[in-house]
Design a protein around this ligand. Structure first.
Ligand code: ADP
Length: 334
């Protein structure tokens, strides 16, 4: 597993549970979403009712699950967690919905990956607090309506655009999470260090923040590796030297690029003169599957402006040359 993978692993889950902010007031970053969500929740609390359904969209590791937990905590309601891939049949969803208590918060992670039939059931349930349970098969099948107590759905998706409009429209509030800036990551890391019980100074924390790709999950994971290094090789203090040494050991450079990212840039610039070069050719040059290059390395490299996708293949942008410290040839495409 890559240390800069924005998706969580099993190993992360246990460690992350302790690091999640529990309240909106302790949630650093995302000020718009935080303020908007705070208003929606406070208004619902004053009315004594359930708030509108909430959709959270944005890349992995930015705090969607954390915010869902916060919604339940702020409303002082229980939280039920499930995910799109776990709901393959409408019946799976009916079972969850029919067991909800009044006011319960239902977190549906990766909501864009639910089956079509479950989606339809969900948006009716969200609107009318009712599900039609189908009994029997074929022409004799009948729909028995089942009333549900009011509840709140918090949906999370990395791809809001993939949600069908009728489902998207059932969410009264949509919050879009964006990558965090360094200052917010510094706040998050100081808080995490405190919770982990490790001493950390500003320079060490800043160094980790700068390599975390704007993603709290990665920041927390890098912090744990630096802590490990400091405990084994040092006095246990997370400082600049520990951050440098640990992140060098784990191959995360000062821009947050790892070995695969750099291999892609090296191949693109040194072997193919900056491109454009086809994805499969590039993948062969770095000894990886095309799919790995495309889904694992490329999104961040494209987002950060190291490479550009052109109709004729991948091309190195000026930032790629600068990062590698090489002079682009006259023939460089960009
Ligand atoms: P997502 O559901 O978007 O993939 P999570 O909510 O699971 O992301 O967050 C991943 C990790 O990052 C968790 O350990 C969480 O504590 C941490 N995290 C995310 N956002 C924040 C934040 N704003 N402040 C502190 N920690 C955060």
């Amino acid at each position: 597993a890559r240390v800069v993978d924005p998706a969580g692993t099993d190993d992360d889950r246990a460690a992350e549970a302790a690091l999640r902010p529990r309240r909106l007031s302790e949630f650093p970053g995302q000020p718009r979403v935080r303020d908007q969500l705070g208003l929606v929740l406070e208004a619902a609390r004053r009315r004594g009712g359930t708030p509108d359904h909430v959709l959270l969209s944005g890349p992995p590791g930015l705090g969607k699950t954390t915010l869902a937990m916060i919604v339940a905590a702020e409303l002082e309601r229980p939280l039920r967690l499930t995910s799109g891939p776990a709901i393959q049949h409408a019946g799976d969803l009916a079972a969850v919905l029919s067991s909800l208590d009044e006011g319960e918060v239902l977190f549906l992670d990766e909501i864009h990956r639910m089956s079509r039939s479950a989606e339809e059931m969900l948006y009716l349930a969200m609107e009318d607090f009712r599900v039609d349970v189908i009994v029997g098969k074929g022409p004799g099948a009948t729909a028995i309506p089942l009333e549900l107590p009011p509840f709140t759905v918090v949906g999370a998706t990395t791809r809001a655009g993939l949600l069908p409009a009728p489902l998207r429209d059932r969410f009264g509030f949509t919050g879009h999470l964006d990558y965090y800036d360094t200052a917010d990551l510094v706040t998050i890391l100081h808080r995490s260090a405190r919770l982990l019980g490790v001493e950390a100074d500003d320079a060490g924390i800043l160094e980790i923040a700068g390599r975390s790709r704007g993603t709290p999950r990665i920041a927390n994971r890098l912090l744990r590796r630096v802590r490990d290094w400091a405990q084994v090789h040092g006095e246990g203090h997370v400082d600049l030297a520990a951050a440098h040494a640990a992140l060098t050991l784990f191959d995360v450079d000062d821009a947050g690029l790892d070995r695969l990212d750099r291999a892609v840039l090296e191949a693109l610039c040194r072997r193919f003169g900056g491109g454009p070069v086809g994805l499969s050719t590039l993948a062969v040059a770095v000894g990886e599957e095309a799919d790995t290059v495309e889904t694992v390395a490329e999104p961040y490299l494209v987002r950060e402006g190291y490479i550009v996708r052109t109709p004729r293949g991948r091309a190195a942008a000026p930032r790629a040359w600068t990062h590698l410290g090489i002079e682009p040839p006259r023939s460089a495409p960009l």
